[in-house]
Design a protein around this ligand. Sequence first.
Ligand SMILES: [Zn+2]
Length: 264
Amino acid sequence: MEAEDAHGAQQAAELPPGRRMRRIKLSDQVAEELRRWIARDNLGPKDRLPPEKVLMQHFGCSKGTIREALKALEVEGLLVMQSGANGGPEIQATTTETVIQQMRQYFHFQQLDFEDVYELRKKLEVMLAENVVGKLTEDHFRRLQANIDTCIQAMRDDDREAGRVVEVQFHDILAEACDNPILDLMCRFLNVMVRDLVLRRTDSLREHSAFGQQNIDAHIELIEALRREDRDAVSAAMGRHMHCAECSMKELDATFHLDLLSRQ
Ligand SMILES: [Zn+2]
């Protein structure tokens, strides 16, 4: 008996530290099952999930639980609820806008500086420019040229807001031709940060004009190198452009908005 007690006590001592078991909410379990279902059956955008009633029967859950699960997936951007007679939960690919909004939300609670953005931009924009060499269509070139014309007009009108939006659009057009989805997303995200979130505290006309002219010259040089499909020249031109852009940001005393949560 004594040996048994000792043995029992020894076994109890070897148990791992106590852990409170978590009760997973029913709607979260249903949402997870639906995610697995979508992945397992290889369902894609525009495919439909069964209507609420069928899901209620399948999972043995109330309408409220199914709706909560579907709402969670809708908020995640995985589903969209179509209304009407043939309505119901429809699968959608998460959009770039949704992901970028979530990334902005994440960075709202970080100490983010525009120098952090340029540290990446200086490398990623060069990678992107190299990636798109030989992939741009005539339509891309036409839009890039039109973009430069709009940029020149914005500068003549001293319309800084328009100039800033158009400057970034040039880089978004380049990103369209990128065949690396991660690089594409990262560059678009950084473009949004530069376009929407940087405050330029210096209001000197001379410095703003110099920055605008510098961007236009850099874009013209880039288009010419891209036309020639000269990878080294493209890479060097984008490297210089990003370096100059960062220097100008310093001169314009750029800083970030404190609110990265609000949508534009
Ligand atoms: Zn640019």
